[in-house]
Design a protein around this ligand. Structure first.
Ligand code: SF4
Length: 233
């Protein structure tokens, strides 16, 4: 079990079963050239990609990701690098403070974790700058552990699918009820955790989009509360 989550969300189990059926009967490929960080995943490459993807589009990150990993292939090399070396590659993404964050996290990994990224929920969250989403991404995408993820898109998906009233309307991606749904989902998903979480991430990004979701193209429409009774979310 990963993290202190309440998994009493029957819809999470239902979505896991429907997703698995869809993947087998229709097909789903999470490995597109659009996302180079999904190939040859290690805890370090996933961690770096998730930090770069914060407040930045995938196409922007795609333009620098492979150069970054080639130049800084492990945490201790990154920790010993100068801000200017990082900025030279990351300038197209903007957000200069991100380079301080990367160096700070790499320094902790180098000093406290022997230069590796731990496949452990508590250890990851003990590192300043790593929150539950990044921890869940590293654990599920690279370590293949059943760790949940909830970002803004996945939170929107769960709110629509379940119609569960949430407490944190201003920051639904932090709502413990929605984390419980993602945990129930990934715990019940019959395939590899990386596949399950990529499916959820891509569904919320491609079908359950913010303004007008593409319900007619969604494999979960038949059981989705929002599709049966649309409201503004
Ligand atoms: S049916 Fe529509 S609202 Fe429901 S999960 Fe799919 S895209 Fe989102």
């Amino acid at each position: 079990m990963v993290g202190p989550f309440n998994s009493s969300c029957p819809q999470g189990i239902q979505v896991a079963q429907l997703a698995w059926t869809y993947i087998h009967q229709v097909g789903y490929d999470p490995f597109s050239l659009e996302f180079p960080w999904r190939f040859e995943r290690t805890p370090y490459t996933v961690l770096v990609s998730e930090i770069l993807l914060k407040k930045t589009t995938a196409s922007q990150v795609r333009s620098v990701f492979l150069d970054f990993i080639k130049k800084f292939p492990e945490p201790c090399i990154l920790a010993r690098s100068s801000e200017e070396e990082l900025w030279h590659i990351l300038r197209p993404l903007g957000l200069r403070r991100r380079i301080f964050e990367l160096i700070r996290i790499a320094s902790v990994l180098c000093e406290k974790f022997k230069g590796s990224v731990p496949c452990d929920w508590k250890a990851l969250l003990s590192i300043p700058g790593i929150g539950p989403y990044i921890a869940g991404a590293v654990l599920s995408f690279a370590c293949e552990l059943r760790a949940p993820i909830v970002d803004t898109g996945i939170a929107r998906f769960w709110v629509r699918y379940t119609a569960i009233p949430i407490r944190k309307r201003s920051s639904p991606h932090k709502d413990p009820v929605l984390w419980g749904c993602s945990f129930a989902y990934i715990s019940a998903f019959p395939g590899p955790p990386s596949l399950g979480n990529y499916f959820l991430l891509d569904l919320s990004r491609e079908k359950c989009v913010a303004k007008r979701p593409f319900c007619s193209l969604c494999p979960l429409a038949r059981t989705c509360s929002w599709a049966r009774n649309p409201v503004s979310t």
